[in-house]
Design a protein around this ligand. Structure first.
Ligand code: BT5
Length: 328
């Protein structure tokens, strides 16, 4: 057993206890500098270890690494994640990686997950802050035989599957914000980026990217997202096993995806409406640069938001950012 493993096990056995560097170096029979080096490596692997002068080190949280075996053993699916679940320590963007695999012919249901993204993508060229160890950055390759006009439904469906699988594991007062956010009050817990590759007038493949803040603490986010983001642990005070959440999400997603492929979208839309609770509310939307204010009349069958402005004119919004929900 390496010194690092011995140290890890020792700290884990004494989780929550302060252990001085001197004490640990005697127990492990190595120098204090070596202890410090191994503590740094363990932190890089995701262990949360506090250090305080005159007290020493204290393990707060054992790393929960993303693990292919754990994810696949939790799957009850027959398509999603069945052929391949690729887990990467780091990549630019799982959507980019998945696109590459898809262009090489990867099958429907292939999954790419990373522990960290160096250039995680949001919509419209925005950035998705993707700190290591605490988030799930996941992309699915889908090859649904649907016409392109049905594609916006995929984002709505993903939001429903994600919201419900989160709710099944953590009691969070979340809601869906049209079109692609999972929110807790004003803070964003997860986002979805759907990208489509066309071949003539049919869909060649769809990449659905999902970013979920699970065990990330406030200080893990960069300055730009710190004021906007929240995570499961920030909301509940409890860490959640990321592998379990990935499996739960993929299991739920497959159920919805199979319905969706059979054109049975109405029940999914119904659940979306319940989880979004926005119909009838007054909102302000930035629709690709045009600010519109009005009441939400409906989200139609294709995920298009129908807004009625003060003059009574109806607007069909395909995409945008809800800047404000006027809660009366
Ligand atoms: C999204 O964009 O919400 C889509 C995010 C999709 C991320 C996943 S991760 C796996 C896959 N691979 C990728 O490269 N991307 C996908 P949008 O609605 O444009 O929101 C982006 C905005 O959310 C940013 O401008 C920030 O304000 C905020 N933001 C950035 N990182 C965040 C985070 N980790 N948590 C909450 N908010 C964040």
């Amino acid at each position: 057993m390496t010194t690092k493993s011995r140290l890890r096990d020792y700290l884990a056995k004494h989780t929550g206890d302060w252990l001085s560097g001197e004490y640990l170096s005697e127990e492990m029979n190595v120098s204090r500098a070596a202890i410090w080096k191994h503590i740094r490596t363990l932190r890089d692997e995701g262990f949360v270890i506090e250090s305080v002068t005159n007290k020493g080190y204290r393990l707060v949280q054992i790393a929960n690494a993303l693990d292919q075996d754990q994810v696949t053993s939790g799957l009850t699916t027959r398509l999603i994640g069945r052929k391949d679940v690729v887990i990467l320590k780091q990549t630019e963007s799982t959507n980019l990686y998945a696109k590459l695999l898809a262009s090489q012919g990867a099958p429907d249901g292939t999954i790419v997950i990373a522990d960290r993204q160096t250039m995680g993508k949001g919509r419209l060229g925005r950035v998705w802050c993707s700190p290591p160890h605490g988030g799930i950055y996941l992309s699915m390759i889908l090859r649904p035989g649907i016409s392109p006009d049905k594609a916006p439904r995929i984002t709505l469906m993903t939001a429903v599957s994600l919201a419900e699988s989160l709710l099944a594991l953590a009691p969070i007062p979340l809601r869906i914000k049209w079109p692609n956010d999972i929110m807790v009050k004003d803070r964003k817990l997860a986002g979805i980026l759907t990208e489509i590759a066309f071949e003539m007038d049919r869909i060649e493949y769809v990449i659905v990217g999902v970013g979920i803040n699970v065990n990330s603490a406030k200080e893990d986010f960069d300055e730009d997202s710190r004021g906007i983001a929240t995570s499961v642990v920030m909301e509940t005070g409890h860490h959640l096993d990321r592998n379990r959440l990935v499996s739960a999400f993929l299991n739920q997603f497959e159920k919805d995806y199979l319905l969706f492929c059979k054109e049975e979208f109405a029940p999914i839309l119904g659940r979306w409406k319940q989880l979004a609770n926005v119909i009838g509310k007054k909102i302000t939307v930035d629709a690709l640069g045009t600010i519109r204010e009005g009441h939400v009349v409906d989200i139609d069958n294709n995920g298009i938001l129908i807004l009625k402005d003060a003059q009574g004119t109806l607007h069909s919004l395909f995409s945008g950012d809800v800047i404000k929900i006027h809660e009366k």
